[in-house]
Each structure stands twice: as structure tokens, then as C-alpha cells.
Design a protein around this ligand. Structure first.
Ligand code: NAP
Ligand code: MG
Length: 402
């Protein structure tokens, strides 16, 4: 069989621990036998990040700007324990944070649905994709303990020297707490654009919700920016694509999500997205079945699994024990990136291969072969539990049948 040719490279970002092991097996078994794989390789494993003083992460993000599409393996975000474990020069920042800051994107997370792994909500038939605004609000707040009676104000001092504006937050009669939050029109705008673009990409409806009835300036600004951009740039394109933009209050959105069949994108403010993405992933079955894609408003895409490096399994692996780690989300990161590469390059064979790879993965599980995490939650009787490698080999067998 002739291998599928690629014209433009993918940016390949390797990672850490158990997912790094899976990465290698996926390439050996599912990609290299079928594709003349062209990638520009960046090793974002913690050792290499430390050696390069994290320059490699910046280089990988810049390469994504150059080529448009990247696929990333899960990586360690260092903490105190990792400082000793890897003898690090510095507690390097989260690579995902660094990459997101350079590409200025929004992260979309969607569950992978297979028969036999039933969503906790029986109404749900299709994936619900969560888009989380990844800037500001409570994550960049300023807060204070108020020890005793006194007044707290918000004060804005214009840089041009004009008169300050202020508003009283609260006249405290006794102890309490206070918090100041902010966001930026530019960040909200790029969030909105990424969401509208991705909805067109997937041909799915876009929902957005805030609490604008209570927060008449802050949340209302989000609502207004989304609406302005929609009217000015997307209304016609949405109509042509046969999809809708739907705005409602956050509590109404939550109630409707539970009664809906799914198959739409739900844009969330930062905190709502943090909370709702965990609800969606556990309700659809498993974090190991969630894909994640960073979409920049400039049209760059970075695909990855939503889970981490599965450290506990890696330590078992190092001790020579067998592991049964789920590679589905990592495989879908590759298929997502290959499909997008194919779309950008007009490479129909590559797009068809991405579809096949996903079908083979799903068929393997639906045929009763799966990793331990899925075997524990499936409604199928007597599933075959495979180890990390054998599960990927079983997918290869499906792929070869197609
Ligand atoms: P994790 O790697 O997602 O794993 C947490 C637990 O979830 C695992 O111990 C395992 O449960 C289960 N799990 C996750 N993925 C699985 C898979 N593919 N197959 C089977 N089970 C899976 O999260 P963590 O342990 O909190 O973090 C480990 C490292 O990953 C940290 O250094 C963190 O910084 C990093 N991280 C990276 C990213 C990223 O690069 N995007 C995201 C999150 C975390 P059992 O042990 O019960 O089997
Ligand atoms: Mg969370």
C-alpha cells in the first residue's frame, strides 16, 4: 500500500511521562505505516524545556504560527515536587499557558462518544463542546480581607491625567472580604471571534451565556461584544451554514443543556468554563475521552488530549508493571490535526485517513476491546481489557481492515 503524502509539516510537540510513551506507540502503529509523516518536531518534555530554559516551548508556539497546525502531547507543569524530581533550574510555567499566550486562543473541549459508554444524562446523544474564555475574571483578581468597619471603593485613575472615577463597593460595619475583577475588550473580542470561527468550522450552533441581568456592566459587556461581532461579521455566514447563535442567561443555559440532545458549542466565561467542562467530561464518561483544541482568532490550531501525563500509570510502567492507559484522546488529537492539515492543504487523502483513524478507534471499543478505565464504566458485558500497547495494536488491526 502506498503511503499518504503530506505537503506541509505538522508541528509536533512531544511531552512527558505515560503520554510520551503512548505518543511513540501511536506513531509507530497508527501513523508511520500509513502516512509519509511530515512533522517539525519539538520536544516539550520537561528535561528539554529545562535544558533550553523553556525556549523550546516558545519556538514550538512560533512554529505553529508559521505552519498553522500543531499536535501536542500532555506535558508536566512543574511544581515543588517536580523541581527536585527533575533537578530544574526554575519552576517553568505551564507550556499550555505559554503557547496560549503566544497564539491568543480559546480552548474547545469535546467528549468522544462511543456506544457502550453512556452519558450520565440520558438525553445527550451528541457531544457538547465547551469553549472556555481563558483570561481574567476571578483568575486574575485582586482581593482583600477586611478586618473591621470601613469603606471599600473601586477607583479608576485615567492615564491621561483626567479626573478619577470611583464607586463604593461596600460600607463595611464589621469584618468581611472584597474582590476586584477585570477583563479586556480585546480579550473578549478574540474569544468571541474564535467561538464564531469554530462554530462555522464544525457547522454547529453556538450558545453563549452570562449573568448580564445582575452584572449590568461587567457581564453585559461580554454579551454586547458577542452580539456586535455576530451582527457585523458572522450573521450572514451563520445563516449560509444553517447554524444559529443563541444567547441566554447562564442559569437558563444550564437548565437547557440538561434537556438538550447536544451537538453544539457552549461558550463560557472563564469560571463557568472551568466548572462546566469538568461536569461535561465526567457526565460523558471519562477525562481520557475528551479532546481539546486551541483555536486562535488568527486561524492557528493546536490539538491535544484534555488529560494530563497520567503520572501514576507512568510510575507503574517504570517499575515494569503492565499499564492500561487510554490513548483515545491522544489519537484524536492526531486525527484532528491531520484532518485540519489536510483541509488547509487540500489533501483529501489525509482528511480521509483522519476519519478512518477515528472510526477504527471507535470500532475497536464498540467491538468490546478497551482499556481498563472504560471497562469499568461500560454497559457492555465482558469487555476485553487490553494493556496500553495492545489497545493501540487492536486499533491498527481495525484500520488495516478498512
Ligand atoms: P492526569 O494525568 O489527567 O491523571 C489523573 C488521573 O486520571 C490518572 O491518575 C488516571 O486515574 C486518570 N486518567 C487520566 N488520563 C487517563 C488516561 N488517558 N487513561 C486512563 N486514566 C487516565 O492528571 P494529574 O495526575 O493531575 O496530572 C499529571 C501531570 O499532568 C501533572 O504534572 C500535570 O501538570 C500534567 N497535566 C498536563 C496537562 C496538559 O498538558 N494539557 C493537563 C493536565 C495535567 P487512575 O490513576 O485512577 O487510573
Ligand atoms: Mg476545573
Amino acid at each position: 500500500m502506498e503511503k499518504i503524502k503530506m505537503t506541509t509539516p505538522l508541528v509536533e510537540m512531544d511531552g512527558d511521562e505515560m503520554t510520551r510513551i503512548l505518543w511513540q506507540i501511536i506513531k509507530e502503529e497508527l501513523l508511520l505505516p500509513f502516512i509519509d509523516l511530515k512533522t517539525e518536531y519539538y520536544d516539550l518534555g520537561l528535561k528539554k524545556r529545562d535544558e533550553t530554559r523553556d525556549q523550546i516551548t516558545v519556538d514550538a508556539a512560533n512554529a505553529t504560527k508559521k505552519y498553522g497546525v500543531a499536535v501536542k502531547c500532555a506535558t508536566i507543569t512543574p511544581n515543588a515536587a517536580r523541581m527536585t524530581e527533575y533537578d530544574l533550574h526554575e519552576m517553568w510555567k505551564s507550556p499550555n499557558g505559554t503557547i496560549r499566550a503566544i497564539l491568543d486562543g480559546t480552548v474547545f473541549r469535546a467528549p468522544i462518544i462511543v456506544k457502550g459508554i453512556q452519558p450520565g444524562v440520558s438525553k445527550w446523544k451528541s457531544p457538547i463542546t465547551i469553549a472556555r474564555h481563558a483570561y481574567g475574571d476571578v483568575y486574575k483578581n485582586a482581593e482583600m480581607r477586611i478586618p473591621a468597619a470601613g469603606t471599600v471603593k473601586l477607583v479608576y485613575t485615567p492615564a491621561d491625567g483626567s479626573a478619577p472615577q470611583e464607586v463604593v463597593v461596600h460600607e463595611f460595619k464589621g469584618p468581611g472580604v472584597v474582590q476586584g475583577q477585570h477583563n479586556l475588550d480585546a480579550s473578549i473580542t478574540s474569544f468571541a471571534k474564535s467561538c464564531f470561527e469554530y462554530a462555522l468550522d464544525l457547522k454547529q450552533d453556538l450558545w453563549f451565556a452570562t449573568k448580564d441581568t445582575i452584572s449590568k456592566k461587567y457581564d453585559h459587556q461580554f454579551k454586547d461584544i458577542f452580539q456586535e461581532i455576530y451582527e457585523a461579521e458572522y450573521k450572514e455566514r451563520f445563516a449560509e451554514a444553517g447554524i444559529t447563535y443563541f444567547y441566554t442567561l447562564i442559569d437558563d443555559a444550564v437548565a437547557r443543556v440538561m434537556k438538550n440532545e447536544g451537538g453544539f458549542i457552549w461558550a463560557c466565561k472563564n469560571y463557568d468554563g472551568d466548572v462546566m467542562s469538568d461536569m461535561i467530561s465526567s457526565a460523558f464518561g471519562s477525562l481520557a475521552m475528551m479532546t481539546s483544541v486551541l483555536v486562535s482568532p488568527h486561524g492557528y490550531y493546536e490539538y491535544e488530549a484534555a488529560h494530563g501525563t497520567v503520572q501514576r500509570h507512568y510510575y507503574k510502567h517504570l517499575e515494569g508493571e503492565e499499564t492500561s492507559t487510554n490513548s483515545v484522546a491522544t489519537i484524536f488529537a492526531w486525527s484532528g490535526a491531520l484532518r485540519k492539515r489536510g483541509e488547509m492543504d487540500g489533501n483529501a487523502d489525509l482528511m480521509a485517513f483522519a476519519d478512518k483513524l477515528e472510526k477504527a478507534t471507535i470500532a475497536t471499543i464498540e467491538g468490546g476491546k478497551m482499556t481498563k478505565d472504560l471497562a469499568m464504566i461500560t454497559t457492555m458485558e465482558d469487555p476485553t481489557v487490553l494493556n496500553s500497547r495492545d489497545f493501540i495494536v487492536a486499533i491498527r488491526e481495525e484500520l488495516e481492515k478498512m
